[in-house]
Design a protein around this ligand. Structure first.
Ligand SMILES: [Zn+2]
Length: 235
């Protein structure tokens, strides 16, 4: 049996345990935008830390002014690439509550899908990476490259701490590529590679025009209407 098929067999045979792990993590209401939930957000960080620790990875909780990063890494492999897996353990708010068929923190399977806040954003994906690496290591096969994990707790509130701390963590987080699975899979059994995202750009635009009314008969055509100028700028 090749190393790879033994790794896949190990993962397959543990799938029910892995599902229960995810359910346990999903029960933690780690809503980063709600200050009343900061204890739960921290509990979600501790939960993922403990997963890494149990698998024998080097783990560190990196504090920030708000919610900490969970950082973990496998052993360095000289000459091989370093891959970083980025993800987040915080979740979106859950209101309006009466639109949920089952409770947001009461993970429930319906029609083969698991429903809970964070199931696909981003706890399910993060745990898939963690279980894959842990499953691989549990077969005593060495990883062909080094994997670093950076799991943050403020993705849903703008990742301010990440932006602040990145320069100081530059060396520790150095890698050849970053894998982000905070994205979608369009159908069962149809994985997708997202290679471009639009992101968000927000701004306030002010345009100042004449300080007094200008008579259209005298100035029309010679002076541009401010509303038209704004349309031109936007287009
Ligand atoms: Zn996300």
């Amino acid at each position: 049996m090749t190393a790879f098929s033994s790794i896949l067999d190990t993962l397959k045979s543990a799938s029910e345990v892995h599902l229960q792990d995810l359910v346990e993590w999903l029960r933690i209401p780690s809503i980063s935008s709600d200050s009343q939930r900061s204890g739960d957000v921290r509990a979600a960080a501790d939960w993922v830390m403990q997963k890494f620790t149990a698998a024998g990875l080097e783990v560190e909780l990196i504090p920030t002014d708000r919610h900490p990063f969970v950082y973990a890494e496998t052993e360095a492999v000289p000459g091989a690439p370093v891959v970083m897996v980025y993800g987040h353990y915080d979740v979106q708010p859950v209101e309006p509550l009466d639109e949920w068929i089952s409770g947001p923190f009461d993970p429930t399977i319906r029609d083969g899908n698991l429903y809970a806040r964070g199931a696909t954003d981003d706890k399910g994906q993060v745990l898939t990476h963690i279980q894959s690496v842990c499953g691989w290591l549990s077969t005593q096969n060495p990883l062909p490259l080094q994997i670093k994990f950076l799991i943050e707790g403020e993705e849903e509130v703008g990742s301010e701490s990440l932006e602040e701390r990145l320069p100081a963590l530059k060396e520790r987080l150095a890698c050849d590529c970053v894998v982000i699975s905070d994205s979608s899979q369009y159908a069962d059994g149809q994985p997708a590679i997202t290679y471009g995202l639009r992101g968000i750009a927000t701004y306030e635009l002010s345009l100042r025009g004449p300080s007094q009314d200008l008579h259209s008969g005298s100035f029309g055509g010679a002076v541009m209407i401010t509303a038209v100028a704004i349309c031109l700028v936007l287009s």
